[in-house]
Design a protein around this ligand. Structure first.
Ligand SMILES: Nc1nc2c([nH]c(=O)n2[C@H]2C[C@H](O)[C@@H](COP(=O)(O)OP(=O)(O)OP(=O)(O)O)O2)c(=O)[nH]1
Ligand SMILES: [Mg+2]
Length: 311
């Protein structure tokens, strides 16, 4: 096995959500390609220490707030790299090109800079994912009750939701999905179906969420957005192997529906996320909107909610 080059890279994010890309300087592999500023870890450095040093050296800024985010492994002809990406939300100073690079602010889902380093594809997809995901709750609210709650949530800013109603027969599910899709379109939101990837086309949805038991059966990444529910490291590895966009990992906290089920707790959640995955990890189980910061602080991307999404 060839040696693995560890790299730390920073995703500078502005309050409006736009992020910074830099062009790779002349003389380096992939010169002129766009990347997140950063570079190789030096001997004895942690990824965070390397991040702070690289951003100081390459662009003269001081990192003030950064959280570890996705970790991507990639084999280039010139090196096998393990990339530690950080979300950098606060820094001191203006970015200056200390190595003759160019900088450009970009919007997730509408990047114009190209070409971007190939290892960064899942990173760019991850940046499109919202801090909260909602799981439908027709089972408790009833069809109309939930559709009303959905419209209210969409008006309040909800942008992604999963239609998960395993108790419904397929025909009922399809009928509900059509109504949900109409609302989603009206508000520019994304609808993910649950279970069978074939439903995506049938419903005209944006993607599919796989229950953990389906993970082992799916051989190829389905079209569109795709995530899964996972409970442990083996399932996280399966999701990463398939190249999924996100996982919901839990249960983190006790839930009303399974009050006595064993939970990960935030520490257990953090220990699993820490292993480093090329996909966004949402905390699931007992979540509320105000837990997003806690999830981020434990290496997660955000929270997935069932009941709390519809209040
Ligand atoms: N900085 C950065 N590197 C990336 C990204 N995506 C990606 O595949 N890489 C790869 C390209 C390189 O093989 C490696 C980073 O090495 P680098 O050339 O930036 O290293 P460095 O800044 O320490 O520079 P040097 O030691 O070669 O002078 O990681 C990214 O978004 N940012
Ligand atoms: Mg560099």
């Amino acid at each position: 096995m060839s040696k693995i080059t560890e790299v730390a890279a920073g995703i500078l994010i502005r309050p409006d959500g736009d992020f910074l890309l830099g062009s790779r300087p002349e003389g380096k592999p992939y010169a002129g390609w766009w990347e997140f500023p950063g570079g190789k870890l030096e001997a004895g450095e942690t990824p965070y220490e390397a991040l702070v040093r690289e951003l100081r050296e390459e662009m003269g800024i001081e990192v003030e707030a950064a959280t570890p985010w996705l970790v991507q492994r990639f084999v280039y002809p010139h090196a096998t790299v393990k990339l530690h990406f950080f979300l950098v939300s606060q820094w001191r100073g203006e970015p200056h090109p200390h190595e003759g690079q160019a900088f450009v602010w970009q919007t997730a889902g509408a990047t114009t800079a190209e070409p971007i380093l190939p290892a960064n594809t899942p990173i760019l997809r991850g940046l499109e994912l919202p801090p909260t995901l909602a799981l439908s709750n027709v089972a408790e609210l009833g069809r109309q009750g939930w559709l009303d709650a959905l419209e209210q949530a969409l008006a309040g800013g909800l942008r992604w939701f999963v239609l998960r109603e395993p108790q419904l027969a397929r025909a009922e599910y399809l009928d509900l999905a059509a109504a949900a899709r109409t609302l989603a379109r009206r508000y520019g939101a994304r609808l993910l179906v649950h279970g069978d990837p074939a439903l995506v086309e049938e419903v005209g949805a944006d993607g599919v969420h796989l229950p953990s038991r389906l993970l082992a059966e799916v051989k190829e990444r389905p079209q569109g957005w795709c995530g899964a529910s996972v409970h442990d490291a083996a399932q996280l590895a399966q999701a990463a192997e398939l190249g999924l966009d996100y996982v919901m990992l839990g249960p983190v906290l006790p839930t009303l529906s399974h009050p006595d089920a064993p939970t990960l707790g935030w520490d257990g959640f953090a220990r699993l996320v820490e292993q480093g995955w090329p996909l966004a990890v949402y905390a699931l189980g007992g979540m509320r909107p105000e837990f997003v910061a806690t999830a981020r602080g434990h290496g997660g991307h955000g929270v997935a909610m069932l009941r709390a999404a519809w209040r």
